[in-house]
Design a protein around this ligand. Structure first.
Ligand SMILES: Nc1nc2c(c(=O)[nH]1)N[C@H]1C(S)=C(S)[C@@H](COP(=O)(O)OP(=O)(O)OC[C@H]3O[C@@H](n4cnc5c(=O)[nH]c(N)nc54)[C@H](O)[C@@H]3O)O[C@H]1N2
Ligand SMILES: Nc1nc2c(c(=O)[nH]1)N[C@H]1C(S)=C(S)[C@@H](COP(=O)(O)OP(=O)(O)OC[C@H]3O[C@@H](n4cnc5c(=O)[nH]c(N)nc54)[C@H](O)[C@@H]3O)O[C@H]1N2
Ligand code: SF4
Ligand SMILES: [Mo]
Length: 742
């Protein structure tokens, strides 16, 4: 039936690399996925996960029909039945107290148009402050430091990887993760090119990762000590008179302050705690300062640790004092084509989106509209006014992603009512009362709104839906609007009317941004509805936009529809001072909040270090907790505990032993893998495993469940400024067990 075969262009929604793919369809079935060689950005790059999307689309375990709880299990239901059940049970919870209905929006929500554009109206309709996402167990220290320095959490400079001559990476393993807060499809090739043009790659990571393996130098730092290391680099630059901020001094306050603050953190002072050689630290500082264009980049490993905010601040300090912020080959601010906080006009009167309110139980500060996710379980389990009793999850698996999973699952089981928008019956959704499945990828349009803030080249791309939704399939934006209607007490309100309401607000905003009359904007967006209308409004009022006809040739959704491989707007260009959104429009390199935390850092120099700490490791065929079912996983090396030969010998352990890993919160069982890729005193496990317990419908992953590292992570020990948990660098004991308990 060759005639029925079609090929469509899709941007991969899985990770921040946003590769262009080609989907081959036979009727409604995806028969194969290949890389798109003509994509203007990814130019043929992809990975096993993206190429495995056909398996995901065709996974027989995926939920296709709404499910309603029925005793210990679920029964299939119609959409109307599902919404009727929600309409019966959710509004009374919200009527009692809007804060008692929480929303948890998971990682995929940041990669898809529908939740990016329609989750907010739902949250606003509920009126809850109990909004959670993985941001606060992932990037928050980086968002926070960048907000203090440059004015917005999303406005972070990214390494100009294609033009730099010296790249210093801390706490990231892009050869496996494909990069984070850097959108650079084919990052391996880009790193090869850096080295081929004579540049230098330095990786700072307690583990000799795949990325460390291709680096010119690997510094196997002790977990949690990046802040010391970075301050030591700055101290060398200060002591040797290497600071050269150049034109940045015109826009920056506090340069002398940070140079002075760093002085005591000499390489000799920190070498012990970092577990590095002082000369090696000094060498990196000198090379960094001497390079034509150098850039330091930090991610996951530097964020989810004891001094995450200081580490992510001092990364910026290093880039600024060496004059590498905002210059080609340094750290540059991308231009998101659909606009965002770094392109929208500054509002000096707007309050900082941090600590505007606090969590009920622990008093943790709000950040960017959310409560830190470490508070999730206690907000459900602690009685009192405002206790969370209802929950809506949108593409999230808090039962495996959040620290202290046992508390999280106990909390989920304790809820009065829970709705999940998700395609799997997994460790979280098994606790739901109603599950609403998203439609196949092939029925959705795709444009990245958040991730385009991290693109290493200014490009705009959109993939149109390849198919209309099939019978029984409901677009996710319509699911979200139906829920919004229920919450607003208008369950029968047509979705189209609510959509017009959402669009009316977006249209007013777009008109203001584009300097056009409302009528002109309405006319220009024509018959579009849903996410495509909202996207068109943002593109056309955005930095490259056609301003609804006032700027002919400018960006429109229609232009992207005609160019499915994308439109290239060229390399990153300097944006300081225009990009700054701080109240005074300047960079504050020594914000008091971060300077104050240095005393905690100094105290840590005196404290004893644990014998053994655990860090996290990502895997090529995983995506957090949710690809283990659809993609075949290699048999071995998956959920094993990596340990150095020295540590293994000290415990009389050998490769292949079954070991018990014990932390303050729990103990789990894993197979041991002895490898010299781990530095002494550090072991690693991957996260997102532990597909066990009753009620799962994930046949393949439940058969090889692995161990759940988040049972070991304490939700009470956090980086104090942001409430970020310590996934990297918490104390554990490891001992052999002779047989695995049943
Ligand atoms: N294949 C795959 N790709 C993914 C994901 C996935 O699960 N699988 N997840 C996606 C998501 S949600 C994200 S946020 C990104 C994250 O992408 P990355 O930020 O690249 O995160 P990781 O790959 O976890 O790499 C973190 C590194 O930090 C190291 N590390 C641990 N502790 C420390 C420390 O104290 N200091 C330093 N310097 N290093 C430390 C670890 O050894 C590890 O190599 O990846 C995304 N891409
Ligand atoms: N110990 C430890 N824990 C970690 C991390 C770590 O490094 N170490 N990393 C953390 C990080 S960086 C992150 S981002 C979080 C991730 O935390 P979560 O977002 O909570 O978890 P995921 O595993 O990404 O779960 C995604 C869910 O979305 C569903 N889904 C996928 N696509 C769609 C869709 O299109 N629509 C809908 N409605 N649902 C969809 C999947 O079935 C799955 O249930 O985990 C964090 N947890
Ligand atoms: S690297 Fe990321 S975006 Fe590219 S194909 Fe793999 S999962 Fe998809
Ligand atoms: Mo993440």
């Amino acid at each position: 039936m060759l005639a029925d075969k079609t090929v469509g262009v899709r941007i991969c929604p899985l990770c921040e690399a946003t590769c262009g793919l080609l989907f081959e369809l036979d009727g409604r079935t995806v028969t194969s996925v290949t890389s798109n060689p003509d994509d203007v950005f990814s130019a043929g790059h992809s990975c096993a996960k993206g190429l495995g999307l056909a398996r995901l689309e065709n996974d027989p375990d995926v939920i296709r029909t709404p499910l309603i709880r029925d005793g210990d299990g679920f029964r299939e239901a119609t959409w109307d039945e599902a919404f009727a059940e929600i309409g019966r049970r959710l509004p009374p919870i919200i009527a009692a107290d809007p804060n008692s209905c929480a929303v948890y929006s998971g990682n995929p929500a940041a990669h898809h148009l529908d939740p990016s554009l329609y989750a907010h109206p739902l949250i606003a309709a509920i009126g809850t402050r109990n909004v959670y996402s993985p941001a606060s167990i992932d990037t928050l220290p980086k968002n926070y430091a960048n907000m203090l320095l440059y004015g917005t959490g999303l406005g972070m400079p990214v390494p100009d990887i294609d033009h730099t001559s010296y790249l210093l990476i801390l706490g990231s393993n892009p050869l496996v993760s494909n990069g984070s807060t850097i959108t650079a499809p084919g990052i391996g090739k880009r790193l090869d090119a850096l080295r081929a043009r004579g540049g230098t790659l330095v990786v700072v990571d307690p583990a000799r990762t795949r990325t460390a393996e291709i680096a010119d130098r690997h510094l196997a730092i002790r977990p949690g000590t990046d802040a010391f290391f970075l301050l030591a680099l700055v101290s060398v630059i200060a002591a040797e008179g290497l600071a050269a901020p150049g034109r940045l001094s015109e826009y920056t306050d506090g340069i002398d302050d940070v140079l002075r603050l760093a002085e005591p953190f000499t390489p000799e002072a920190v070498a012990g705690i970092c577990g590095l050689d002082a000369d090696e630290i000094r060498r990196v500082a000198r090379e960094f300062a001497a390079a034509d264009a150098a850039v330091a980049h930090s991610r996951m490993g530097s964020c989810t640790q004891e001094f995450g905010s200081i580490a992510n601040w001092t990364i910026e300090v290093l880039n600024v004092v060496t004059g590498n912020l905002d210059r080609p080959g340094g750290a540059m601010f991308p231009v998101p084509p659909a606009g965002g906080p770094t392109t929208w006009p500054a509002n000096p009167k707007a309050p900082r989106v941090f600590d505007r309110w606090r969590s009920r139980v622990r008093g943790m500060p709000e950040a960017m509209g959310e409560i830190p996710a470490v508070c999730f379980a206690e907000e459900i389990l602690t009685p009192g006014p405002g206790q969370v009793r209802g929950l809506i999850t949108i593409s999230g698996n808090p039962a495996r992603s959040l620290p202290n999973s046992r508390a999280v699952e106990a909390a989920l089981a304790d809820l009065d009512f829970m709705v999940c928008i998700d395609g799997y019956l997994n460790e979280t959704t098994r606790h739901a009362d109603v599950i609403l499945p998203p439609p196949p990828l092939t029925t959705r349009g795709h444009h990245d709104l958040a991730i385009t803030h991290f693109q290493v080249r200014n490009v705009a791309r959109y993939s149109a839906p390849l198919l209309e939704p099939g019978p029984g399939q409901m677009p996710e934006w319509q699911i979200l609007l139906r829920l919004t209607a229920i919450v607003r007490g208008e369950p029968d309100r047509p979705v189209a009317e609510l959509d017009d309401e959402v669009a009316a607000t977006a249209t007013r905003r777009a008109a203001r941004l584009a300097g056009r009359d409302l009528d002109d904007v309405v006319r220009a967006t024509g018959d579009r509805t849903g996410p495509e209308r909202l996207l068109d409004l943002r593109l056309r009022s955005g930095p490259y936009g056609d301003r609804f006809g006032a700027g002919p040739g400018g960006l429109t959704l229609e232009l992207l529809e005609r160019n499915p491989n994308g439109v290239d707007y060229g390399p990153l260009e300097p944006r300081v001072p225009e990009v700054l959104r701080t109240p005074n429009g300047r960079i504050d390199l020594a914000p008091i909040e971060l300077v104050a935390d240095l005393s905690r850092l100094r105290d840590a120099l005196e404290q004893p270090v644990p014998d053994l700490v655990l860090i996290n490791r990502r895997q090529r065929r995983g995506m957090n907790s949710w690809l283990h079912n659809a993609l075949p996983q290699p048999d071995s090396g998956q959920c094993t505990l990596f340990m150095s030969p020295v540590d293994a010998a000290a415990r009389d352990l050998v490769d292949g032993d079954t070991v018990r890993v014990t932390s303050k919160t729990a103990s789990i069982v894993a197979e041991l893998h002895v490898t010299d890729s781990m530095r002494q005193g550090v072991v690693s496990l991957p996260h997102g495993w532990g597909h066990d317990g009753a009620g799962l419908r994930t046949t393949r992953s439940a058969a090889a469940p692995g161990a759940n590292v988040n049972a070991l992570v304490d939700d009470m020990v956090v980086e104090p400024l942001t409430g970020t948990p310590i996934f990297n660098g918490f104390a554990v004991d490891v001992a052999r067990i002779e047989s695995v308990p049943a």
